[in-house]
Design a protein around this ligand. Structure first.
Ligand SMILES: Cc1cc2nc3c(=O)[nH]c(=O)nc-3n(C[C@H](O)[C@H](O)[C@H](O)COP(=O)(O)OP(=O)(O)OC[C@H]3O[C@@H](n4cnc5c(N)ncnc54)[C@H](O)[C@@H]3O)c2cc1C
Length: 403
C-alpha cells in the first residue's frame, strides 16, 4: 500500500466511492478508506434499501461511467401520487407534463455499490483501503496525516470526510453539527403485486409517518415489484420486524389498498433509525466534508443521496481548476456552492415530516387546502416536479448536463 496520495476519501459508502471514482478519473492519486470490506458491503443483507436516483443524479452517475451498467436494473418514476391520510384530495405529477423522460429511477443499493466497486477496481490512480478504521487525522507540512486502527499512517494533500452521519472526520475537524432524532424508523422491504405500477411512486402522508411505495423492476418471471419505505414510531419498529410474514403482509395490504392488487412480501425487511444532521460548516485546513458527514435528512422526499451527489459534483468541478487539491480558496468555493442548497433541503424535509405528522383538524384542513392549490396551479406543480427531478437551483455542471 502506498503511503502518500493527492486525496484521501474517508468513508467508502455510496457517496465516498462516487467521490473517489470521479477524482481518480481526473488523474488524482486517490485512496478511499472504509472500515468495512467490499464483500461485507455487497452482502445481500448489508443494505436492502433502494434509492430514488433523480434525473440530475443520473447525470452524475453517467459522467462517472456507472449508470451505463445500471440501466437494465433501474425502474423509471414517471408518475408521483401524493395522498394525505384518508383525504379524497390527491396530487398527481406526471413526467410527461414537463416533457421529461422520468423524474428519477429506483435502483437497488447493492447494485449501485457493486457498480462502484467494479469501476474503482479499473482505476490505476485508485487505492481501496478496506477493513481499516480511521482513528486520527492531523495536519502538518502542507499534508494531512490519517492514522488507521493498526497505526498505519497515510498522508494526502486533501482529506475528504464522507464517513456518514456520525462522521469521525467532522469531529476531528472540530466542526459542530445540528442534530435531531425523529424517534422514527423507516421499515424497508420489497413487495410483489398483481397490478403493474406503471412507473408510479406513491407517497402517502400519514400522521404516524409517510408510507412510500416506489416502482421497481419486474422479476424474471414477470411479477411486478415495488420498494416500500414505511416510517413508523421508533418503538414500533421492532414489532414490525419480528411479526410473522402474514401479519406484516396484511399490514402492507391495508396501507396499499387496491392500488397494487394483491401484495406479498418479496424478501427480507429491515429498519433504519431516522434523524437529521447539518454541519455548521464544511471545510477546514486541507479537509472538507461531503454527503451525510455534512448533512443527513429524513428520507421523506428521497433526497439524501441526491443532495450528496450534488456535493460530489461540485467538489469535483472545483478541484478541476487547481493544481493543489488542498487549495483553501477552492474549498471555500465548494462550501459556498453547497451550504445553502443543503440547508434548504434539510429544512424542507424537516418541515414536511413535522407538518404531515400533525393530526389536528385545523392543520389537516390547511394541508388539504395546500394540496388542492398546488394541484390547480400549473406553475406550482412545475416547481415541485423540477425539484423532484433534481433539476432546480444553482446546480453543478455535471448535474445539469447529460454526459
Ligand atoms: C430508509 C432510507 C431511504 C432512503 N432513500 C433515499 C432515496 O430514495 N434517495 C436518496 O437520494 N437518498 C435516500 N436515502 C439516503 C441515502 O441512503 C444516504 O444518503 C446514503 O446511503 C448515505 O451515504 P453516505 O455514503 O454519505 O454515508 P454512509 O452510507 O453512512 O457511509 C459512510 C461510510 O463511512 C464508513 N466509515 C465511517 N466512519 C469510519 C471511520 N472512522 N473509518 C473508516 N470508515 C468509516 C462506514 O463504514 C460507511 O461505509 C435514504 C435513507 C434511508 C435511511
Amino acid at each position: 500500500m502506498k503511503q502518500s496520495y493527492d486525496i484521501a476519501v474517508i468513508g467508502g459508502g455510496l457517496a465516498g466511492m462516487t467521490q473517489a471514482l470521479l477524482l481518480a478519473q481526473r488523474g488524482w492519486a486517490v485512496a478511499c478508506i472504509d472500515r468495512e470490506r467490499p464483500e461485507t458491503q455487497t452482502h445481500e443483507n448489508y443494505d436492502i434499501r433502494t434509492t430514488a436516483i433523480s434525473w440530475g443524479s443520473r447525470n452524475v452517475l453517467t459522467h462517472a461511467g456507472i449508470w451505463q451498467n445500471l440501466t437494465d436494473k433501474a425502474e423509471a418514476i414517471r408518475h408521483i401520487l401524493i395522498k394525505d391520510e384518508d383525504s379524497p384530495i390527491t396530487l398527481d405529477f406526471f413526467a410527461d407534463d414537463i416533457d421529461a423522460e422520468a423524474f428519477g429511477w429506483i435502483v437497488d443499493n447493492r447494485d449501485l455499490r457493486l457498480a462502484l466497486i467494479n469501476a474503482l477496481a479499473e482505476e490505476q490512480a485508485f487505492t481501496h483501503i478496506t477493513g481499516a478504521d480511521v482513528t486520527n487525522i492531523s495536519n502538518h507540512d502542507d499534508r494531512v496525516s490519517i492514522t488507521l486502527h493498526n497505526d498505519t499512517v497515510i498522508t494526502a494533500s486533501l482529506a475528504i470526510g464522507a464517513d456518514g452521519r456520525k462522521s469521525f472526520t467532522r469531529e476531528a475537524m472540530g466542526i459542530g453539527s445540528w442534530e435531531k432524532d425523529y424517534h422514527q424508523s423507516a421499515i424497508v422491504c420489497l413487495i410483489d403485486h398483481d397490478k403493474p405500477h406503471n412507473g408510479m411512486a406513491l407517497e402517502h402522508f400519514r400522521h404516524q409517518g409517510p408510507f412510500a411505495v416506489l416502482p421497481f423492476t419486474d422479476t424474471e418471471s414477470d411479477r411486478h415489484r415495488s420498494a416500500v419505505v414505511w416510517t413508523v414510531a421508533r418503538d414500533e419498529a421492532e414489532q414490525w420486524l419480528q411479526c410473522s410474514d402474514e401479519s406484516f403482509t396484511a399490514a402492507l395490504q391495508a396501507r396499499c389498498g387496491d392500488l397494487y392488487g394483491s401484495v406479498t412480501l418479496a424478501g427480507g425487511r429491515a429498519a433504519w433509525p431516522l434523524s437529521v444532521n447539518k454541519a455548521y460548516h464544511y471545510i477546514g485546513e486541507r479537509t472538507v466534508l461531503v454527503a451525510e458527514a455534512a448533512h443527513g435528512m429524513h428520507p421523506i422526499a428521497g433526497q439524501g443521496l441526491n443532495m450528496s451527489l450534488r456535493d460530489i459534483a461540485a467538489l469535483t468541478e472545483v478541484l478541476e481548476t487547481v493544481k493543489d487539491p488542498g487549495d483553501a480558496e477552492a474549498l471555500k468555493r465548494y462550501q459556498s456552492m453547497r451550504i445553502a442548497d443543503n440547508l434548504g433541503m434539510v429544512i424542507a424535509t424537516d418541515w414536511l415530516n413535522t407538518l404531515f405528522g400533525f393530526d389536528f383538524a385545523g392543520i389537516r384542513a390547511a394541508r388539504r387546502f395546500g394540496l388542492h392549490a398546488v394541484a390547480r396551479l400549473p406553475f406550482a406543480k412545475k416547481f415541485f416536479m423540477k425539484q423532484a427531478m433534481g433539476a432546480a437551483g444553482n446546480l453543478p455542471r455535471m448535474i445539469r448536463e447529460a454526459a
